[in-house]
Design a protein. Structure first.
Length: 53
């Protein structure tokens, strides 16, 4: 999935790096959000409390 972040003020150097290597910042942000979601789901004990409360 490519979630390239294009900003109107992007520099030519940044644009060249994105072309060559992909948008590492966007990919990192997406991976971090996914990790946070998975961690949140893994640590969600609310269903356990409802069943044994």
């Amino acid at each position: 999935m490519n979630t390239a972040t294009h900003t109107p003020n992007a520099t030519p150097i940044y644009e060249k790096l994105v072309k060559e290597h992909g948008d590492v910042l966007a990919e990192t942000r997406e991976a971090a959000e996914h990790s946070q979601l998975k961690a949140s789901q893994a640590l969600d004990w609310s269903d356990l409390r409802r069943h044994h409360g």
